[in-house]
Design a protein around this ligand. Sequence first.
Ligand SMILES: [Zn+2]
Length: 288
Amino acid sequence: MSNLSILTVHAHPDDESSKGAATIARYRSEGIHTVLVCCTGGEAGDILNEEADSHEARTDLASVRHRELDEAVRIIGYETVYRLGYRDSGMPGSEHNAHPDCFAQADLDEATGRLVAIVRAERPQVMVAYDYDHGRGHPDHIRVHEIGHLAFERAGDPAWYPDAGDPWEPKKLYYTGVMSRPRVEKMHAWFEEQGEESPYHRWLEMMAEREPKPVTTQVAVHDWMHITRDALGAHRTQVPATATWFRIDAETMRTLYPWEDYHLAESRLGPLPEGSSTFEDDLFAGLR
Ligand SMILES: [Zn+2]
């Protein structure tokens, strides 16, 4: 039995499905312990799929999304799920930002302490969070970036949160959801070849404005790519059947780009070799 463990931190229900789901399914199949921390209930989300529009969704979206997350987690193969318990802060500038229970309003040290307690209980070697820029200003995604880094720094330090369990030092912190140039270019080209308007055109423009963090790590997920699709489908209120994600079928995706891409943000194993032209192919590289 492996003692390897991976802990991902995500902002809302559905982020765990759109970012890195196939990677988790692959690691679970290898016997690695898989832990999800979902920081908010997603209650500020819109109902984006009219087929999932219901009285309950309109009046108690948090409960609906709670069940959607349960279903996605089952599909992906997360063994353990923690809900950090914050309210969704909504899009930048929305009235949700000011709600006293929302993640954006939370005290940073207190929120980090909640995550540190989980890190110490689950003892992951690898943590996954977001780049600052990842959510394009979404307050909850910025918060994931902040508490991800702070928990990575503090979990092994006995001076921090002495009542939150025995110190544990994760070895690597990755960003998921990185804008990966090779991936975006492949997807864009596919839409152009079909003679369709490419939803990735805008991504290429954004990457031209600001160079995204480089991809350091590519995880091969050929056999698990259908997982992403199925898990996204579980978030029925958020994902209409016409969503971009579903426009390319799983078999085509396998031939286009059968990897999930990451940026190694922090490592206690030392930096990657300077000027390294080869990617890591495993988030646990150096740990097995
Ligand atoms: Zn999100």
